[in-house]
Design a protein around this ligand. Structure first.
Ligand code: SF4
Ligand code: SF4
Length: 168
């Protein structure tokens, strides 16, 4: 036992929109069953069916449809999980990395709320794009620019962590 089973229940970054904005279905997924279980499926530009993140079936800690989850979810293993399985790092070291990523993601969410963007049902990356592409508020331009700068740095820190520890 290398402690790998502790990771996901303490993480959830691949379900809460920190790592992904959506999840595409694969051949063999039961579309009707997944809809009944609470996933809202929509066609993407390329015609593939997908559901948006944060996932409606994620309770903040665990997958609510674990035994019926789509193929992509069954097959996905982040880099951190693989490294613990391969015993390249310990579960304790991985849990520390998860903690760091979650603190960084929460900082981004807090900054988004400060900008006035409070739609927690929208994926993190879409929220960030929405804030950064909105016209600068001229009445509060200094604060607005400062906040955007802070947000940009926080997103950059988070992206570095995700790329380094989870996506390879
Ligand atoms: S990002 Fe990795 S450790 Fe976190 S929940 Fe997903 S698979 Fe588990
Ligand atoms: S179906 Fe389950 S594993 Fe897949 S994204 Fe939703 S909560 Fe995560």
């Amino acid at each position: 036992m290398n402690g790998v089973e502790q990771l996901c229940p303490n993480c959830g970054l691949c379900c809460d929109s920190t790592l992904f904005a959506d999840v595409e279905l694969r051949a063999g997924d039961n579309v009707q069953r997944l809809k009944k279980l609470g996933l809202t499926l929509a066609k993407k530009e390329q015609g593939k069916l997908a559901f948006a993140q944060p996932c409606a079936c994620f309770d903040g800690k665990l997958c609510g449809i674990y035994h019926d989850r789509p193929k992509r979810c069954r097959l996905f293993e982040c880099g951190l999980l693989k490294k613990v399985q391969a015993e390249e790092i310990t579960a304790d070291a991985a849990l520390k990395k998860i903690k760091t990523a979650k603190i960084q993601a929460e900082k981004v969410r807090a900054l988004l709320r400060t900008t006035g963007h409070r739609d927690e049902q929208m994926a993190l990356t879409h929220r960030y794009t929405a804030v950064m592409s909105a016209p600068i508020d001229l009445k509060a331009s200094e604060n607005d620019s400062e906040l955007r700068g802070e947000l940009m740095l926080a997103v950059s820190d988070l992206m570095q962590t995700l790329q380094r520890d989870f996506l390879r």
